[in-house]
Design a protein around this ligand. Sequence first.
Ligand code: F42
Length: 142
Amino acid sequence: MPEYQPSPTDWVAKQVELYESTDGREGNMLRGLPIVLVTHRGRQTGAVRKTPLMRVADGKNYILVASIGGAPKNPVWYYNLKADPNITLRDGTNVQQMHARLVTDPAERARVWALAVAAFPNYADYEKRTTRVIPVFVAEPV
Ligand code: F42
């Protein structure tokens, strides 16, 4: 069974460790806003990867925004989720198995993007910084 490989980005790895070791009671915010933790598999190594993302709730679903701060390239986790959409999502103390579906319909993307910006206004700035269309997934309960 491939093992957990922490993020090479130190502050992200530390946030994951704090969030999990306190069962979501600490390390659960970025810039004063709540985060979730997505556990998924590396598409090449099969290693377990843990990626904190902003918490964007949509009823029973969560919206996952592959913004990586408006960087020119998609984050690696975007490719991992496309290859294997089976994820575990931790929202505080609540942990559930989910299926991550890439949003391709423009009308659906517009709707969930508005939810994302309402939850974390910086996403609007990230969109202006990059020429890519920032990919968005809907995580649905399985
Ligand atoms: N990133 C976002 O995109 N959106 C958010 O809303 C967001 C919020 C957030 C909140 C708190 C926090 O601490 C971080 C937050 N981040 C957010 C940053 C996010 O957690 C990720 O760090 C960021 O999106 C970059 O993701 P990444 O997958 O590109 O991470 C890189 C640094 C990384 O881990 N690279 C690994 C490495 O070793 O270089 C690769 C890991 C990997 O999955 N490898 C694959 C494998 O098979 O194992 C193969 C790689 C391939 O190319 O196929």
